[in-house]
Structure formats: C-alpha cells, structure tokens
Write a protein that binds this ligand. Sequence first.
Ligand SMILES: *Cc1c(COP(=O)(O)O)cnc(C)c1O
Length: 372
Amino acid sequence: MKPETLLIHAGRSVDAATSAVTPPIHLASTFERAPDGSLPHGFVYTRFGNPTRQALEQALAALEGGVEAAAFASGSAATAAVLQSLAPGQRLLLPRDCYNGTANSVRQVFAHLDAQFVDMTDLAAVQAALEPAPALVWLETPSNPTLRLTDLAAVSSLAHAAGALVVCDNTWATPLGQRPFDLGVDLVMHSTTKYLGGHSDVLGGALITKTATPWWQRLKQIHVLAGAVPSPFECWLILRGMQSLAYRLRGHCANALAVAEWLAQHPKVEAVHYPGLASHPQFELAQRQMLLMGGMVSFEVVGGAAEAIAVAAQVKLWTRATSLGGPESLIEHRATLEGPDSPTPPALLRLSVGLEHSDDLIADLAQALAVL
Ligand SMILES: *Cc1c(COP(=O)(O)O)cnc(C)c1O
C-alpha cells in the first residue's frame, strides 16, 4: 500500500472490545496472567511491551518499509540505544555536521567509543576513514543546519565493503521524503518529536530495522532493559499525528520552496540552503535521492551573528524557538543554541517552515529583513 494509506491504517484497527474506531490508550503498566500462568495477549509489563506502543511500532515499521520498530522516549534515547550496542573502544564514523545532540552524546556520554567525525559529502574522505574498519557508520541527511546531503547508496556500499553497519537518522527527510532501506541502509533512526508527531506536543524516537538480525535482537534487549520507552499516551499522540503526515508534508514542502525562492533573491541574504533549489551544490543528488525536499530551510544574512539575531528579533508571525516539524513556523539562530564551539555559520538562521500561508510567512520575513 502507498504511504498515505499506511499512515491511516497501519497498526490501527477497530477496537475488538468496544468497536471504537479510534484505538484506546492502554495506560496499564501491568497485565494479568491466566490461572495457568500464561499471558492471554502476550503482554507482561509495559516497559517490555504495551498495546498502544505496539500499534505505533507496527505503523513505523510499515511506513519505513522495515520488518520491526522500537519506539523510544525521545530521538536521543533511540540514538543512545545504538551507541550502547557498541563495545568500549569500538570504532564508529559520524558526519562532521551531524545533529549537535548526537555529537554531544558521542563526545560526553559515549567517550569510551572510538568516534571519528567525517565529511560524508566527500566519498574519498569516507573511503579513507573506513581504514581501519569501523563497526558502524552513522549518517544523517539532509544535515542540520546547512542541509548538505550524503549519498546514502554510495556511502552504504563503501561501508558494507568494509564490513560496517549503516544507520541513517531520517528525521528531517521523513519516511515519505527518503527511503534509506532502498539505498542500502541497515537501520533507520527517527526523532518522532518532529514531523511524525507533527504538532510540537510530544517527544519520541524510533529505531526501525530493515531485516531481523542478531544486532536488532541486541537493540531490542537494550530498549527494554535500559528502559528509555515512551508512555502509552505519548505513543498515542504520535500515532494520531502520523495520520495526517502525508498531507502536512505537502504543505511544509510547498511553503519551504516558496520561502527559499523568495529568500534567494533578497539583497540582504548571502546564501540559502535548501535541497529543492537548483543552486544547491548537490541538487542532482537531491533529485536522485529525495522524493520530497522537506520543510527545513536555512539562510545566511549579510553580516554576522548580530545581524542574524536582529532579524530574528523582528519577526511577528514566526516563533523564535528550536525544534521542527510542527504546524507553526519557527526561526532559530542556531549558533546560539549550539554554543561557543558551534561550527554553524554565525549569520545563519534556521527555519522550520510550517503550515501557515506562504504569503504571510514571506511578508513577515520581508519586514524583519528590513531591519538590516
Ligand atoms: C531533534 C533531532 C534529534 C533528537 O531528537 P529528540 O527527540 O529531541 O531527542 C536527532 N536528530 C535530528 C536530526 C533531530 O532533528
């Protein structure tokens, strides 16, 4: 079935007990055994598994095209589970411009791993870093916040030739915008906090496996034993949000393209980063790899950090906040969030383009840029 249909039906069914069309939220933390000690529905205790979480996991696996999914309490918890599956001293490669929370987790919590940050857009650099062979290659594309792309098929094939497993953080592209499993990736990670939840009201994360492997069994063990699981209510909110994902994304993508095209011709804008613009340095790769160009745009104003912060200070309709994927448009001076060691250009503003009318979004940016 097509993603639009899976989003409405996967993991969901009319409730057998009540005929309720919308699935109930099973808040129970524990489940009764039959007199003979068996478990009539297979559930024991909610950390191990819960009907509402199971519904979300089935929907996520179906949507991404994998065989199984595990839902976590946040995207960062899903990332941590992958890192926990590596033994101390094991080598892994990550993108130099990966989500700064992932980089901070690797540096500050998983410092016992042998991590190397690589420019994943440079296949020669990737090839060089695969010697000595890592256990894992972590990918994230488009990157945050400069929207550079990694060629998933090319890097997966180099990594597999070196014997490494490949993970892709598919949060920004979404399962509708990019199909990592078709391009050779072994495991997909999501922050479901973003487009999948879609309403800026819940945190969540997920891992989805392409095939059932011993590594997946290990990840599932970490999932329930380390216990970074979401509550049933959070699972329900994400499932609810996912139903409208296909149609929300159409709006996000159309608005993002309109905003990016408008910014690209503005005299106070130095650079615009959006894979849907023909001026993007990897436009050809974007056309080949991405089905949708997404709702994230970043741009650099003429000047530096002070000018960028001054523009952000002037917006009235856009909200100055971090995160992405909700209906409301957000603007963020990313270097402020990332702190003094941030590699992000100081004049860069990151936009999560929401679902308002693009004319109103552009008018507000126009009056804000007039401050320069
Ligand atoms: C937000 C985000 C994360 C972290 O997810 P949380 O749900 O905030 O823990 C990881 N990767 C990307 C690309 C993100 O945007």
